[in-house]
Design a protein around this ligand. Structure first.
Ligand SMILES: C[S@@+](CC[C@H](N)C(=O)[O-])C[C@H]1O[C@@H](n2cnc3c(N)ncnc32)[C@H](O)[C@@H]1O
Length: 220
């Protein structure tokens, strides 16, 4: 019932500003609606600027809203290397989200340990840290694969894993009509390049591929 309040807010306040991420955030929250009990959301790369909806996504604000509309005990973790970002983020979210400062690859191991000790696991893992350089995506893409490695012990088969800034790329050639012919299938790129390769290799279930990409079945 309380999720109705979230969707009313999402449709009126967030969706009109989310641009490329609207379609996939809708899919994320619709998926979470289908899960029972207190929810756990873990994200890397917190909201670092108030009101930057189209540029960054305001993920922490969205997750906080959703958790506040979820059953008692629903909680989140937001991890960021930059103390200025975490200080700002703390002003944007409620006590439902623990905002942690540090390198995500290391901090996620601690978060996995805390969750295990509490008998909990993750419903949504959202990876959006190390900014991607679109002329050399490898350092960011490797970092996001390392994040997955650090937290994999806290995932379930039905955990949704989402990577931001992961549009697909393909090779194209110009044809005689001044249009482009695709000469390769689109492959998820950006921050999601190696997470997508791993997901494909283990037979994870692709849930969507837009500007953000999402899977379930990252563990069996
Ligand atoms: C694109 S922003 C996150 C935007 C946020 N998800 C939103 O929707 O508003 C990326 C963030 O990742 C952080 N970051 C970069 N490297 C990191 C690392 N190694 N560990 C944790 N955070 C990192 C940056 O400080 C930055 O705040």
């Amino acid at each position: 019932m309380k999720h109705d309040e979230f969707w009313t807010w999402f449709d009126s306040e967030a969706a009109p500003k989310l641009a490329l991420r609207e379609i996939s955030f809708r899919k994320v929250f619709s998926y979470l609606d289908s899960l029972d009990g207190p929810l756990t959301i873990v994200e890397t790369g917190c909201a670092r600027a108030q009101g930057n909806w189209a540029g960054d996504g305001q993920s922490s604000v969205l997750f906080d809203r959703y958790l506040r509309a979820s059953p008692e005990g629903s909680t989140g973790f937001a991890i960021d290397l930059d103390p200025q970002a975490t200080t700002l983020c703390k002003t944007l979210v409620s006590e439902r989200i623990a905002v942690l400062t540090g390198d995500s690859v290391a901090v996620l191991i601690d978060v996995a340990g805390q969750l295990k000790a509490a008998g909990r696991s993750i419903d949504l893992l959202y990876l959006d840290s190390y900014d991607v350089d679109w002329t050399n995506t490898t350092p960011s893409a490797v970092h996001h694969l390392k994040e997955l490695v650090s937290i994999v012990g806290a995932l379930r088969a039905d955990t949704m894993v989402v990577v931001d800034d992961a549009p697909s790329t393909c090779r194209v050639v110009g044809n005689a009509n001044s249009q482009f012919d695709m000469i390769s299938l689109p492959a998820i790129g950006g921050k999601g390049t190696y997470v997508a390769e791993y997901a494909k290799q283990i037979g994870a279930t692709p849930m969507f591929s837009h500007y953000q990409a999402g899977w379930t079945g990252m563990v069996r």
